[in-house]
Design a protein around this ligand. Structure first.
Ligand code: FAD
Ligand code: NAP
Length: 576
């Protein structure tokens, strides 16, 4: 069955390699280059799709490889019930073609996964992108050849059930659009293999509808995926047991259909909306109150919180400009959120377990939900607090939690166990490729003490290797559609500059890279982000170095810095 959990993030079976098959791969390349192809793009999610379009428009020969059997990336893989965007659809969509913005009609404020996937398929068709993408194909290695300044890329069949046969091709530029949230985290829990029920992961969800009617369902994980999923599963299942290790802040989406009047207004003002988004901190056209939390009186503060709360979801973290920097300010926002959450939960002893106290609000992504906390008012939904009663092992019938407080050890009998346990974020998919730069040095080794990049776009020692939404970029702290477009445009402009200057390569200086990572750390230290054990810091993956992996200075500032360094003659880069 397609998309049943793999339980590993391995790169597939290695088979015979036949060298130099680039000629069969591209059907539209120009002859004459020493490389089989100008640019290889890895991944056909939002970033990879736009990369194919933009590079082709610039006259480059392009071949993309996608492990999945279709386009969409995140929206191809995460098909769990309840999956939606948490940035408004009208903003969480491409801006590169006004005709696309004008012709596509979003049906809801926060679109569902099927609608977003339909949109991305529409984009692929409209711009004829599929002819440059080979699906079901995983890039397993990318090695830089210092003699030719070319990348040797190895590809294999993505699924292990086929007759996997490796191939290689050479390219001048290699673009990793492999996704920050594309390698599922499947925690090792003793006995999981003994479980006789069905095991699912939100990030590897089956393509056919899963019917939970009459079933006893367990869900491990209460991040965005788990919190979106639980109310939907509870509508069908006989029982739902939520295994929560850490509670999360979640704010109602205030989702609603978009009517024709609103749609017309949005389309008429798209230009201004995008302009504001590009200048903003988070890549959508919202800005915090002009004053800090304690510069307004209590009544005004309440009014601002109420307004931000009603905007829905993640936007609450932008109520006041100092909310993510000042502990006291954050605490006031946290108290408001707690009052709101408590008000919808019938049993306050359950609410005690559901309200986070371990991290400042917003330091993990605030979840955007549709009726999550209210689900615990249903008799057939139970919360298990794993901090009190951890899972000891999984048996054939379900997880066994140890005793704790006045609770005895217990077997939770289940028919289905859903892992909503997140991702090896930011670096997982990049690390899975055997990437070798100068001196055959591996990317994993370069990142073994923590991720390093310059501007989130390139890594020292890896010439002509470009990252989309890489570590050191704003990543998910910004609207990732606009962020992807920004990265791809920079990469395309840079390749264009190299070509017009007759140069062969670009790579960052080690010193510039050190300074950039220091700047990311310095900015992070001015915020409360380091206070949470979040995936932003790699804290969700045992053994991963604890480094704040994103640029927390805001999308608008990030764009400005990148532009200034580029305009200054690619400051911090060596061009040859
Ligand atoms: P992806 O969409 O992850 O695509 C990467 C692709 O690369 C995948 O298809 C993968 O199969 C492929 N790939 C990886 N490695 C290889 C390889 N070695 N060989 C071949 N193919 C490979 N962000 C927001 O800004 N707003 C939101 O509302 C939002 N909602 C989200 C909801 C969910 C459920 C999740 C998981 C994430 C969400 N995000 C959101 C973040 C989201 O990941 C990005 O918005 C965006 O979709 C990322 O696009 P991408 O192209 O960079 O990566
Ligand atoms: P996540 O935020 O990392 O949450 C994973 C959950 O699984 C956490 O509750 C975590 O608990 C728990 N967990 C992990 N390992 C566990 C273990 N061994 N035992 C018990 N519990 C365990 O992952 P996610 O929910 O998939 O979301 C990841 C990101 O994707 C989000 O932050 C967001 O950026 C994006 N996303 C967005 C949306 C959206 O609304 N548009 C939806 C889904 C995802 P701990 O906290 O204790 O580690």
């Amino acid at each position: 069955m397609e998309n049943e959990p793999e339980r590993t993030s391995g790169a597939g079976v290695r088979a015979d390699i036949s060298v130099g098959t680039g000629a069969d791969i591209a059907d539209d390349e120009q002859a004459g280059s020493a490389a089989d192809i100008d640019v290889v793009v890895i991944g056909a999610g939002i970033g990879g799709l736009y990369a194919v379009h933009r590079f082709r428009t610039d006259g480059l020969t392009v071949q993309a490889f996608e492990a999945a059997d279709g386009v969409g990336g995140t929206w191809y893989h995460n098909r769990y019930p309840g999956a939606r965007c948490d940035v408004e659809s009208v903003d969480y969509s491409y801006s590169f073609a006004d005709e696309l913005q004008q012709e596509w009609d979003w049906s809801e404020r926060y679109a569902t996964q099927p609608e977003i996937l339909e949109y991305l398929n529409h984009v692929a068709d409209r711009f004829d992108l599929r002819r440059s993408i080979e699906f079901g194909t995983r890039v397993t290695a990318a090695h830089f050849d210092e003699a030719t300044d070319l990348w040797n890329v190895t590809i294999e069949a993505a699924r292990t059930d086929g007759a996997a046969r490796g191939r290689r091709l050479t390219c001048r530029h290699c673009v990793f659009a492999t996704g920050s949230l594309s390698v599922a985290n499947f925690p090792e829990i003793p006995g999981l293999g003994d479980f006789t029920g069905r095991v699912l992961h939100t990030a590897q969800w089956p393509h056919e509808t899963v019917d939970f009617t009459g079933l006893r369902v367990g869900v491990i994980g209460t991040g965005s995926s788990g919190i979106q999923l639980v109310p939907e599963v509870a509508r069908e299942a006989a029982s739902v047991t939520v295994f929560q290790r850490t509670p999360n802040y979640s704010i109602p989406a205030a989702n609603r259909p978009i009517d024709d009047v609103e749609r017309r207004e949005q389309k008429a003002t798209y230009g201004e909306r995008r302009r504001k988004s590009r200048l903003s901190g988070g890549g959508s056209p919202f800005i915090p109150h002009e004053k800090n939390t304690l510069e307004v009186d209590a009544a005004e503060r309440e009014r601002v919180y109420e307004h931000s709360w009603n905007l829905g979801g993640v936007l609450f973290s932008k109520a006041f400009p100092d909310q993510m920097r000042d502990e006291h300010a954050n605490q006031l926002a946290r108290e408001f959120a707690e009052r709101k959450i408590r008000s919808v939960i019938a049993d306050q002893s359950v609410a005690d377990h559901l309200i986070p106290t371990d991290h400042p609000i917003g330091t993990k992504r605030i979840v955007t939900d549709s009726g999550y906390f209210q689900t615990y008012n249903l008799d057939h939904v139970e919360l298990v607090n794993l901090r009190r009663t951890p899972i000891d092992r999984i048996t054939a019938d379900g997880p066994v939690t140890v005793g704790g407080g006045d609770e005895a050890a217990r077997l939770h009998e289940l028919d289905v166990l859903i892992f909503a346990t997140g991702f090896d974020a930011v670096t997982g998919a990049m690390d899975a490729i055997d990437t070798r730069g100068r001196d055959h040095r591996s990317l994993s080794a370069a990142w073994s003490d923590g991720v390093r990049s310059y501007l989130g776009l390139m890594v020292a020692g890896f010439p002509n290797l470009f990252l989309v939404n890489g570590p050191g970029s704003p990543g998910v702290l910004a609207n990732m559609v606009l962020a992807s477009e920004h990265h791809v445009d920079w990469i395309a402009d840079t390749i264009g500059q190299l070509r017009s200057d007759g140069r062969r390569s670009i790579e960052p200086d080690e010193n510039a890279q050190d300074d950039w990572m220091a700047e990311c750390a310095r900015l992070a230290d001015q915020t409360l982000f380091p206070r949470a054990d979040s995936w932003y810091l790699g804290a969700n993956i045992p053994g991963k170095p604890r480094v704040f992996m994103l640029y927390p200075g805001g999308f608008g500032n990030y764009r400005k810095v990148v532009q200034e360094l580029t305009d200054a003659g690619y400051e911090g880069f060596a061009l040859r």
